[in-house]
Design a binder for this molecule. Structure first.
Ligand code: ADP
Ligand code: MG
Length: 420
């Protein structure tokens, strides 16, 4: 079935066509009718399979239909997400699909000035998208009214619970009317989210696509055994062998992100970092540059592993293996999105074998191994442009300083705001 055969509002159809969406993906095909019928839905589908549009299309359509009869201004839908970047991205999708429909979305994110958000809320916003914390604050201050909410959506639902948003989410749920429709979306699911879904929601319909292997089939993924101190040489090689490629490099900690960026700088590779100690404005700029292709190498912690849809990422490098098994699926899921194919490679040190085992148990299949013979391994290190007399310790010290600087900058901004 194609989108033009659906009974959607004509603007929505035009917008889908302009986006190049001809027919629904599996998860869209299965979820849209249930959502339009008013059912509660727990939808699980692999990364990059179009879950955002699976809820955005029916919600825009239903709000638009309703607004023909009801001209009052109030917020009708709330979308809860784990990160700021994801909130902004979902706002964009709502804007694109909802162009000319008179359905207004707004991302409300923390870390930036609240006043413009409050101003917009006053003028009337139909769909509010944000992290549970900021949303809860706005609701507590009376700027976000939840009494008339008809749709409550939790995207990357399992992760929000992992981040400790459980209480905020429950509080938000209880502040919305019992008659609301609740939708959970994620690529991975755990017991906690199932319990929450089944305890709070009326008979949710569970819709699951490809449950066996959570890794999207558009992604070719493999791993190489590389010792910790040698990883930077191999990253240098991957980058130099793919000079035009857009690459996301995932590391386990913020300080490691800074360290890897500095190591790349030393060999003349331009890379930037994104992690939670950076100011929001800086995070937004880096994501924009990477999205537009001005920046080719992005070094990220798991804050960017979930949901973020960046066009045409060619490679994901797991510089460190994730210590939470399902994050493997989300990290490599930043490539191979929509109709595109992608490649992911993981660097596994001997100290990370436990993580590897947990990941393989989680995805249910072993990850294929790239065999590196001794000579090739040595060559990669010898060919590095790292200066002969490089002092690794100074790099470590410098990266720590870099992180301190970022933290301080963020802290100063916060204080400034408070004293205002
Ligand atoms: P998910 O939330 O499942 O990880 P997204 O909603 O971010 O995936 O969508 C992934 C990509 O697929 C996006 O770039 C989006 O534009 C594209 N996409 C979504 N639906 C369709 C469709 N029906 N046809 C073509 N591309 C689509
Ligand atoms: Mg998503």
């Amino acid at each position: 079935m194609k989108f033009d055969q659906y009974n959607f509002d004509s603007s929505i159809k035009q917008n889908l066509e302009a986006l190049g969406f001809k027919k629904p993906t599996d998860i869209q095909f299965k979820s849209i009718p249930s959502i339009m019928k008013g059912e509660d839905v727990l939808a699980i589908a692999q990364t990059g399979t179009g879950k955002t549009a699976a809820f955005a299309i029916p919600i825009i359509d239903m709000i638009k239909t309703q607004k023909r009869r009801d001209v009052a201004k109030y917020t009708r839908a709330v979308v809860m997400v784990p990160t700021h970047e994801l909130a902004m991205q979902i706002e964009r999708v709502f804007k694109e699909i909802g162009k000319d429909t008179d359905v207004w979305p707004l991302a409300v994110i923390g870390g930036v000035d609240q006043a413009p958000q409050i101003e917009k809320l006053k003028k009337g916003v139909d769909v509010v998208i944000g992290t549970p914390g900021r949303m809860f604050d706005l609701a507590a201050q009376g700027h976000l009214k939840l009494d008339d909410i008809q749709f409550l959506i939790l995207d990357e639902a399992d992760h929000m619970l992992d981040l400790g948003f459980y209480k905020d989410i429950r509080d938000m749920i209880f502040k919305t009317p019992r008659t609301r429709q609740t939708l959970f979306f994620s690529a991975t699911i755990n017991e906690k989210i199932k319990d929450l879904a089944y305890s709070i929601v009326r008979n949710p319909i569970r819709i699951q696509v490809s449950p066996k292997n959570p890794v999207n089939k558009n992604i070719t993924h493999s791993l190489a055994y590389i010792e910790m101190d040698d990883k930077r040489f191999f990253l240098e090689r991957v980058v130099n062998e793919n000079t035009e490629a857009k690459i996301i490099v995932f590391v386990r900690t913020k300080v490691r992100a800074e360290r890897v960026a500095l190591a790349m700088k030393r060999v003349n590779i331009e890379a930037e970092t994104i992690h939670s100690d950076k100011e929001q404005e800086e995070r937004t700029r880096v994501m924009k540059d990477f999205g537009e292709g001005k920046l080719k190498i992005l070094i990220a912690t798991d804050v960017s592993a979930r949901g973020v849809d960046i066009p045409n990422v060619d490679f994901v490098v797991n510089y460190d293996l994730p210590d939470v098994a399902e994050n493997y699926v989300h990290r490599i899921g930043r490539t191979g999105r929509g109709m595109n194919k992608g490649i992911a490679v993981s660097f596994c040190a001997s100290s990370e074998i436990e993580f590897l085992k947990a990941i393989e148990t989680y995805i249910g299949v072993p990850i294929s191994v790239i065999e590196l013979d001794k000579e090739e391994y040595k060559k990669t290190i010898d060919f590095s442009e790292t200066p002969e007399n490089e002092d690794w310790q100074s790099l470590i010290n410098e990266s720590e300083k870099q992180l301190e600087k970022a933290k301080k900058k963020k802290g100063q901004k916060k204080n400034k705001k408070r004293t205002k």
